[in-house]
Design a protein around this ligand. Structure first.
Ligand SMILES: C=CC1=C(C)c2cc3[nH]c(cc4nc(cc5[nH]c(cc1n2)c(C)c5CCC(=O)O)C(CCC(=O)O)=C4C)c(C)c3C=C
Ligand SMILES: [Fe+2]
Length: 402
């Protein structure tokens, strides 16, 4: 197996340079996204941090998530920029499988730069993706992008402010939970005195993928989830529905709007529901994931064959004037509540070019009519504008401050 551990990373970097030289010589003709996908296929390998888009959106979805929302303790843009500069430097190292700063050991009389729990672990395809919420722009008195507005309230929302919002979000995804947790923990440590964690969410068992050739994962309701999603290699669909174009400010071009929803499932009620009702709710079969009226999972969806209020019918672009999102959600289980019920569900993550042509119309339709609402409740929410890719030598959102 390739050695991508924090010790073997230099050898890995040499290999990457070799591959780059080969590509430059015309020996390999892969697009950037395809190159990322190929490299990411190596177990435990690194996903490049720099590029035209932030990693963690269209790149292959890893198995684990640590999502954190931070609040700034300052209203000075220069201090926020310095934090993002220091975060980027740490992120470049961690995503390459290296220790933060001077490492986990060193001078005896000062706390180490790196907390140490990821020593000897491979890069584990760690990606770190950052976004700025509406409150970030208010606090720093910076111009917010036009399309970044607080989400409307949807019927039956029961949002907990302690699990919602946040000036900055960090989505850490990795194949090893310890690597994802280490990354957020070290960013929080670096932020001390400038920003602090408002809330965070751990996730497992990705519920959507950006690699349609892979087996579709299942959510905690037991259904294949993410069958019809935008593929990470579908450049036309990504440009049309995910990446912000010339309509956005310069720092946001090639970036995306992220909506996160913590959706609790009433698991115990679901588990007492007949198979027929479960399948009618989605309009797909449970074992195969086939749409009603078809035999195989990836057969085309024929809307007229689905119940009028089936989840898949309501959420389908053809029912909503083309509204489309890239889903990247994870399951979560945070133990039980005081009544012995599982506190579990779907941490729903959706990326889009324009929330008014993505999450908002889809959720309006679902909130109004989806029979799934009897079994779920939206309890946390946030929206952030994720800047475009970070060029080498720059930092997250740098153009926003210049
Ligand atoms: C606002 C957007 C959506 C929310 C919120 C949402 C919640 C949610 N979804 C499932 C399970 C499934 N969803 C499926 C398809 C699907 N869902 C959305 C959007 C939201 N889902 C879209 C856009 C689609 C694709 C529709 C299409 O084009 O066919 C499916 C079917 C398999 C698939 O295609 O992914 C399942 C299963 C749960 C459990 C849930 C809240 C907890
Ligand atoms: Fe869905």
């Amino acid at each position: 197996m390739a050695d991508f551990s924090r010790r073997g990373v230099l050898a890995g970097a040499g290999l990457a340079v070799g591959a780059g030289a080969a590509a430059g010589a015309g020996l390999m003709r892969l697009t950037e996204t395809e190159t990322e996908t190929v490299r990411a296929a190596a177990p435990g390998g690194p996903i490049p941090f720099h590029g035209p888009h932030q990693a963690g959106i269209a790149t292959p979805v890893q198995d684990r998530l640590h999502f954190a929302a931070f609040d700034l303790g300052t209203d000075a843009p220069a201090e926020a920029a310095e934090l993002l500069r220091r975060w980027t430097a740490a992120a470049v190292r961690m995503t390459a499988g290296q220790e933060v700063g001077g490492g986990a050991t060193g001078a005896e009389l000062a706390p180490p730069d790196d907390t140490g729990e990821a020593l000897e672990l491979p890069a584990s395809r760690l990606t770190l993706t950052v976004g700025f919420g509406p409150s970030f722009f208010e606090k720093l008195r910076l111009p917010a992008p036009d399309r970044l507005r607080e989400l409307p309230r949807f019927p039956a929302d029961k949002l907990d402010p302690a699990r919602s919002g946040g000036d900055i979000c960090v989505q850490a995804c990795a194949d090893d939970p310890q690597v994802a947790v280490h990354a957020v923990r070290n960013l929080a440590r670096i932020a001390f005195g400038t920003a602090s964690v408002r809330w965070s969410q751990l996730g497992f068992g990705k519920t959507s993928s950006t690699t349609p050739q892979a087996q579709t994962p299942r959510n905690l309701m037991g259904f294949k989830d993410g069958t019809r999603n935008i593929a990470g290699t579908d450049r036309a669909a990504l440009d049309a529905h995910v990446w912000v174009g010339r309509e956005g400010p310069e720092w946001l071009r090639g970036g995306s709007y992220l909506v996160a929803r913590r959706i609790r499932m009433h698991i115990e009620t679901w588990d007492r529901t007949s198979l027929k009702e479960q399948e009618d709710i989605f309009g797909r079969t449970k074992r195969e994931g086939a749409p009603y009226g078809a035999a195989r999972e990836h057969d085309p969806v024929r809307l007229d064959r689905l119940p009028a209020d089936a989840h898949v019918r309501l959420a389908h672009p053809d029912s909503l004037g083309g509204a489309t999102i890239l889903r990247r959600g994870y399951s979560f289980t945070d133990g039980s509540d005081g009544l012995g019920r599982l506190d579990a569900g779907l941490f729903f993550l959706a990326y889009q070019r324009d929330p008014e042509k993505g999450f908002i119309p889809i959720q309006r339709a679902l909130a109004a009519r989806d029979p799934l609402n009897e079994y779920i409740q939206h309890v946390g929410s946030g929206i952030w504008a994720c800047p475009g890719g970070v060029p080498a030598g720059s930092f997250w959102g740098e153009a926003l401050f210049s």
